[in-house]
Design a protein around this ligand. Structure first.
Ligand SMILES: Nc1ncnc2c1ncn2[C@@H]1O[C@H](COP(=O)(O)OP(=O)(O)O)[C@@H](O)[C@H]1O
Ligand SMILES: [Mg+2]
Length: 308
């Protein structure tokens, strides 16, 4: 299956010399939900803005459905809906007109049915005749999403869609994204919220200092998440792990005072009881034990730290 977005060797150096993207290559599959995670200043918005034609890349190529974003800008831009991170200038138009005009701008014939469906899905139907400017912050966000969906894009970019929004809007947005996925729309979202990536994404990419440092299936990351560790503190240093304990794949710390056992919480048995029995039989005693669980958050923080 051909990727819907192909980014190849993309770099962006802003005027003034700051390199915001460094040789980024990324393929987004048709119909997937891709979460781009990264700390502030990592280059997430820059990447989205390049694909949407708002910022020009310095090197590399980007295609949307096989069309080059430079030479076929109008075509590729019309395939994309963008919910920007920053609120654009306040609109004096009604919610309905804001969406209607946006649809027209991309050359799509009028479709009141489609607009109604979009506004209803975002709990905006009763606000359709309200001037956007007079709405609350959360409602304005909804309008931005509705506007981005007005022309039935095949790809939707959501740049930090839930930063600072209330729980209700977050839930609505997640529902909208799930529905879009059912319709085959590709969704790329950037987020700080690991939970959001966990909830929604098929794949997760981590970006730091303008470089993609990890791309992984969310399920695989969640499987890693399911791993827990049991650390046993030994009063006396252990020279080596006895061979009869080999099947537990224990790790001995450098100071030989900690034994670490990693187990999968999703398995029926953790093996801890059996392990403790065998340790006892081998004459290995411990003072204390701790368990810990690695989370996507930790994996993320760890990756970003390693990359400093
Ligand atoms: N127009 C610009 N001119 C110069 N530097 C910029 C510009 N826009 C963004 N940057 C810099 O590029 C880096 C990446 O920014 P951005 O893509 O907004 O990151 P993110 O969205 O991940 O927070 C930041 O260090 C930012 O200061
Ligand atoms: Mg940003």
């Amino acid at each position: 299956m051909q990727a819907i977005i192909s980014i190849d060797g993309l770099s962006k150096t802003y005027d003034g010399g700051f390199k915001a993207l460094d040789n980024v290559s990324l393929e987004i599959d048709r119909g997937e939900i891709f979460a781009l995670l990264g700390p502030n200043g990592a280059g997430k918005t820059t990447l989205i803005n390049v694909v949407c034609g708002i910022v020009n890349g310095t090197a590399g190529t980007v295609t949307v459905d096989g069309h080059d974003i430079g030479s076929e800008y109008r075509h590729t831009r019309a395939m994309i809906g963008l919910v920007p991170q920053e609120m654009p200038t306040e609109s004096f138009e009604t919610v309905w007109n804001t969406c209607r005009f946006s649809r027209g701008l991309f050359g799509k014939p009028a479709s009141p049915e489609h607009l109604e469906k979009v506004l209803r899905s975002l709990s905006l139907w009763d606000k359709k005749d309200t001037i956007s400017m007079q709405l609350s912050g959360g409602m304005k966000r909804r309008v931005l999403i509705a506007k981005a969906l007005a022309h039935e894009p095949e790809v939707l970019f959501l740049d930090e869609p839930t930063a600072g929004v209330d729980v209700e809007l977050r839930q609505d947005m997640w529902n909208v994204v799930s529905k879009l996925r059912e319709q085959g729309v590709t969704v790329i979202l950037t987020t700080h919220y690991i939970e959001e990536a966990e909830q929604l994404a098929d794949r997760v990419g981590v970006i730091n200092h303008g470089e993609i440092i990890l791309i992984e299936e969310k399920d695989k990351l969640m499987r890693d998440l399911g791993k827990k560790q049991l650390v046993l503190n030994l009063p006396t240093a252990l020279a080596e792990i006895p061979s009869q304990l080999a099947s537990y794949h224990l790790e001995l710390s450098d100071d030989r005072h900690d034994l670490t056992y990693t187990y999968d919480t999703k398995r029926e048995r953790t093996g801890i009881t059996a392990l403790l029995g065998e340790l006892n039989a081998a004459g290995i005693h411990f003072n204390d034990l701790q368990t810990s669980q690695t989370s996507l958050e930790e994996i993320f923080v760890d990756l970003v730290k390693k990359d400093q």
